[in-house]
Ligand binder design. Structure first.
Ligand SMILES: [Zn+2]
Length: 312
């Protein structure tokens, strides 16, 4: 009898142990599922990001959308912005015939009336964004020549410019006017191009020398490295003149194929911001279409090809 009792007690223990084990198993299986449902999806590791971005372009499912959001928060770019950057990478590419040359403007078909607005010395707090807003309101794409150390200070502004689809050029790291040997020029130019690519994904082949100086070693280095050296045909002189006369400067010098020099950074650019809407309105009224520098040069390339074919 004592034996039977002991056996039964042992069995009871076993049953209790079994129920406990089964219970904890069930809790273990179901609980994480329930928790998982409420948890936001974690962003995939860095290497996976690129792949899922590519996939979601074709077929954005709600799940991918969720992951996408997480990626956007992490990387700071929306899918649309990434698509635009992808286009930019192509758009910032200069036609090969203009690489390694110096340009002040483009020669266009007489039927066409296009002009390129360019902004130097940014990215810069406040004024860069004000100029972006004006360009957006007017549905215009422009070209920005950045100073590397300012881009280093304000990378978020740089991202905004690139996200908005504007073309980007190199305006050296330090923006100085003295003479450079090749290794000094390399530090100014290579470092800036590398940072532009790091921040925006755009590899630029446009260089504008500070102060427009072509003889201090920077422009010649850039040409050797196959950059197009992009000067200008219309100088707003916005860094030293009144709102009214900077506007007059642009309108007076404007021509088809022209490149307009203005500034969004490097100092107080309130006058440029103030004058820009009127400049755009006046040029538009005169029939100008606004394009980026690479677009302008692609127009010239097409024009030259047409001339060639006509001559044959
Ligand atoms: Zn400058």
């Amino acid at each position: 009898m004592a034996n039977i009792k002991r056996l039964w007690r042992r069995r009871k223990k076993l049953i209790v142990a079994f129920i406990a084990a089964a219970g904890s198993f069930l809790v273990g299986v179901t609980l994480p599922v329930n928790l998982r449902a409420d948890r936001p999806e974690a962003p995939p590791p860095a290497q996976v990001v690129a792949v899922s971005q590519l996939q979601s372009i074709q077929n954005p499912s709600p799940k991918v959308g969720k992951v996408q959001q997480a990626i956007e928060q992490r990387v700071g770019f929306s899918q649309q912005a990434l698509d635009r950057l992808q286009e930019n990478r192509f758009d910032s590419a200069l036609p090969s015939q203009f690489r390694g040359t110096t340009l002040r403007q483009a020669t266009l078909d007489s039927q066409q009336k296009a002009i390129a607005l360019t902004f130097d010395d940014g990215p810069w707090p406040r004024t860069t964004e004000q100029i972006l807003d004006i360009l957006k309101k007017n549905n215009i794409k422009a070209t920005f020549f950045w100073v590397g150390r300012y881009l280093q200070a304000y990378p978020e502004l740089g991202k905004k410019v690139a996200e908005a689809g504007h073309a980007i050029g190199n305006h050296t790291w330090n923006h100085q006017y003295h003479r450079y040997n090749d290794s000094g020029a390399a530090r100014e130019i290579d470092r800036t191009t590398a940072l532009i690519e790091e921040v925006t994904g755009v590899k630029t082949f446009m260089f504008r020398p500070p102060g427009g100086i072509l003889t201090n070693g920077l422009a010649s280095y850039a040409q050797k490295k196959d950059y197009g050296v992009i000067m200008w045909s219309a100088d707003s002189l916005d860094w030293r003149t009144s709102t009214q006369s900077l506007m007059d400067n642009v309108i007076r010098q404007a021509n088809s194929g022209g490149i307009v020099l203005m500034h969004d950074g490097g100092g107080n650019r309130a006058r440029t911001v103030q004058a820009l809407p009127d400049i755009i309105a006046r040029l538009r009224k005169e029939g100008y279409k606004f394009v980026t520098v690479p677009e302008l040069l692609k127009m010239e390339e097409r024009h030259l090809k047409q001339q060639e074919t006509a001559q044959r």
